[in-house]
Design a protein around this ligand. Structure first.
Ligand code: AMP
Length: 372
């Protein structure tokens, strides 16, 4: 079973996957798709970049009722609108005849409600907006046969537990549930115990560890020299850069300075409107801007193919964020580089990060770099 062709998939799905050049399933797909096709609940611990989206979209599509039922059959819940938009984009690539609808905050309600009324089968939502629609009785979920909870750990971190509870309470008990999480802590275990029935466990490698495809570098650099170092890296390396900055204000500042120095840079953070974020992501993924400067929350759902270089301009607050940031590069078997900047007084934090994740970065002092 090492190709999609060996799976128990419809001829149409096999053809679609081959046409999109998806030939060999990733480990999470190989583990999660067969039991999901059989109707089993699945709990998969997998990070972003492992191919988990297709891991749930493929069985979901295969199990959709083929008859022209004009009601929602599947609910996919995710933490952010960017992630929701990307799941919908991947869904659209699969060329399904069933309509999907996005129900997420920050976008106008009317088109979302119209799409539901026109008869969407697949609902891709963030918990807040969906709960709001349910409370206002704007939609019904009593024909749902499958629930997908993606990035559950993040949804719980963001305080969506009550919203998820409210949503699940209106779903039929007789349904299939697929659950994906990067980590498995007590909160996630509780959700799993409550909503999944004897799930098949799929665990891919060490849960909290950057991919082996990413070359990890650490730069000890005074705060005042970070911008120079970033521009030096832009000069000496090829490809697109995703730069992580701690604050929204900081993200604006770094992007402005890059622009002033002539680098094509755009930015994405919580104070930008949805239209601005979408435009920034699009121009970055299409290569009009080589650099995207982002904060952690805004960057969570980014799935841009072939990001060459991730820069931790500021250290992440927690080790888990480091893994998520770095997971934006080195995806789908491609090589990537992640450079982490740490001020001299942050040396201990850096060491702590390496210890916690059992990783060893290649260390540089900024003097050596700028001189070479
Ligand atoms: P995800 O973890 O779902 O965000 O997927 C990460 C990236 O891997 C996406 O850009 C996918 O298009 C790509 N991908 C997913 N599955 C496969 C596969 N079987 N073969 C090649 N690329 C894949």
């Amino acid at each position: 079973m090492n190709q999609f062709n060996d799976f128990n998939l419809s001829p149409l799905m096999k053809k679609t996957l081959a046409a999109a050049n998806f030939i060999v399933p990733t480990p999470v797909q190989a583990g999660a798709i067969p039991p999901a096709l059989e109707g089993r609940d699945v709990l998969a611990t997998a990070q972003t970049g492992t191919g988990k989206t297709l891991g749930f979209l493929i069985p979901m599509l295969e199990r959709l009722e083929k008859t022209a039922v004009k009601s929602i059959q599947t609910v996919v819940l995710l933490p952010t609108r960017e992630l929701a938009m990307q799941v919908q984009a991947t869904y659209n690539k699969l060329g399904a005849s069933h309509r999907s609808v996005l129900v997420v905050g920050g976008l106008a309600e009317r088109p979302q409600l119209d799409a539901i009324r026109r008869g969407a089968s697949v609902l891709i939502a963030t918990p807040g907006r969906l709960e709001d629609f349910l409370n206002r009785r704007l939609l019904k979920l009593d024909h749902v046969r499958m629930l997908v909870l993606d990035e559950v750990d993040r949804m719980l971190d963001m305080g969506f537990r009550p919203a998820i509870q409210r949503i699940v309470s209106v779903l039929p008990r007789e349904r299939q549930t697929l659950c994906y999480s990067a980590t498995l802590d007590k909160q996630v275990e509780e959700v799993v115990g409550q909503y999944l029935k004897q799930p098949v466990r799929v665990e891919i490698g060490h849960v909290l560890k950057p991919s082996a495809n990413v070359k990890l570098r650490a730069f000890e650099v005074p705060v005042a020299k970070k911008q120079v170092l970033l521009e030096h890296l832009l000069q000496s390396e090829e490809g697109s850069f995703l730069v992580f900055v701690k604050t929204k204000h900081g993200a604006d500042r770094v992007a402005q300075k890059l622009t002033r120095s002539g680098w094509g840079a755009t930015r994405i953070h919580g104070d930008r409107t949805q239209a601005q974020r979408t435009a920034a992501l699009r121009s970055f993924s299409q290569g009009q801007h080589r650099v995207l400067v982002a904060t952690d929350v805004a960057a969570r759902g980014i799935d841009v193919a072939h990001i060459a270089h991730v820069v931790n301009y500021d250290l992440p607050k927690v080790a888990e964020d480091f893994v998520h940031r770095v997971g934006r590069t080195g995806r789908a078997q491609k090589q990537g580089i992640a450079s982490t900047f740490a001020a001299p007084e942050e040396k201990n934090d850096l060491r702590h990060l390496e210890k916690k994740l059992s990783i060893q970065m290649e260390h540089f002092r900024v003097k050596e770099i700028v001189a070479c």
